[in-house]
Design a binder for this molecule. Structure first.
Ligand code: CP3
Length: 344
């Protein structure tokens, strides 16, 4: 029996089927720029808001209500599963994840517990409630990919060059393998929990993989990302694989086991489509274009939509997340434009 959720435009596009219009959602649509989010978050830390189902549900729904986007993204963070298993970390406003004791040795890796569903009861509860509230709108679950999560654990916080992380990867391969095994297991288990509770797609965020050459990516990162994607392959749930600055890695990121490959704005979408080998693509309007006059933004969005017609499936998105100063009214106009222009 066809169900409205199963045939939602986002899921049809992700499976490479023809949707009634090109679906659109925005990375970081939840949180960040919305005034209703900022009001709700007053006096509540980021980690606390990720662990309270009432807040997770409300924040996840806010952009769906406001924009009528074709998918919701679960409100959480890539380091949340680490926090849940007991890693001492915080998410600092304006900074990002900060880890109290960076991971450097095999003993440090061994001290990180594996994730079981009991660690994240609040995620199961939040996803279940959301799926009920969202009806025919799909919920995207997500996890951090092993390299990007490893960078926070090894550096102890955000990093521009990921120098210590890459030094471990190339200089201490046995520690690196143990760490990647550990994170791949945690990320896979975390995606499983979200799928079991009703998420209808998942996205693996390898935001910082663009720091790597294709050969280093293929040898030292891709096998573990592939393990995470493979772990959830048996579910009828599309898997999106995204990173920033990954123009040279798009083919490999597809081969790692993605159904949809995220393309950032640096790569012309037509080139991205050619590189992902028949897979669906997601992207890729430059997130700064929302700061231009509406007609400039929409003209560029029209180019992205035209390029996307050549893909087996196209999910419209920005090339990376919504920037904090974004005017929500621009995203509303952009959403409407994508829907109207692409209606079939
Ligand atoms: O709409 C959504 O994207 C909702 C949920 C979400 C958050 N983080 C909430 C968040 C998702 C999917 C993420 C993923 C995430 N977290 C990634 C991968 C995606 C990407 O953007 O590339 C990464 C690299 C992180 C790590 C992280 N957490 C960063 C870089 C930051 C930003 C630091 C800052 O404030 O500039 C965070 C904090 C964070 N995660 C916030 C939110 C809403 C801001 C915290 C706040 O509002 O106080």
């Amino acid at each position: 029996m066809p169900s409205p959720l199963h045939d939602a435009p986002f899921l049809r596009a992700a499976r490479g089927e023809q949707p009634s219009h090109t679906p659109v959602w925005f990375m970081r649509q939840a949180g960040r720029s919305l005034p209703e989010y900022r009001r709700l978050r007053e006096g509540i830390t980021m980690l606390e808001s990720c662990m309270r189902p009432d807040l997770v549900v409300e924040i996840t729904l806010q952009p769906v209500r406001r924009y009528g986007v074709d998918a919701a993204i679960f409100f959480s963070d890539i380091v949340l599963p680490l926090k849940a298993v007991g890693v001492d970390l915080d998410i600092k406003p304006g900074v990002g994840p900060v880890v109290a004791e960076p991971v450097r040795t095999l003993a440090d890796v061994a001290a990180i517990p594996d994730l079981t569903p009991e660690h994240v009861d609040f995620v199961t509860e939040s996803v279940r409630t959301l799926v009920g509230e969202l009806g025919a709108t799909p919920l995207i679950g997500f996890a951090g990919a092993p390299f990007t999560v490893a960078s926070y654990l090894v550096e102890g916080g955000p990093s521009k060059d990921h120098a210590r992380t890459k030094a471990m990867m190339l200089g201490a391969p046995e520690v690196w393998a143990a760490l990647m095994d550990k994170i791949a297991g945690i990320s896979a288990a975390y995606l499983e929990v979200q799928i079991a509770a009703g998420a209808s797609a998942v996205q693996l965020f390898d935001s910082w993989a663009g720091a790597l050459s294709p050969s280093d990516y293929a040898a030292s990162v891709m096998p573990w990302s592939a393990r995470v994607l493979q772990a959830v392959a048996a579910h009828d749930v599309p898997r999106i694989h995204f990173g920033v600055g990954t123009g040279e890695l798009l083919g490999l990121m597809g081969e790692a086991g993605a159904d949809v490959v995220g393309v950032d704005w640096r790569v012309p979408l037509a080139d991205g489509i050619a590189r992902v080998g028949g897979r669906a693509v997601q992207g890729n309007l430059d997130p700064t274009l929302v700061f231009t006059p509406t007609e400039v933004m929409l003209a560029r969005a029209a180019e992205v939509l035209r390029a996307g017609e050549q893909a087996s499936g196209h999910v419209f998105n920005l090339g990376h997340g919504v920037l904090p100063d974004t005017d929500p009214d621009q995203l509303a106009r952009l959403t409407d434009f994508v829907h109207e222009t692409s209606a079939r």
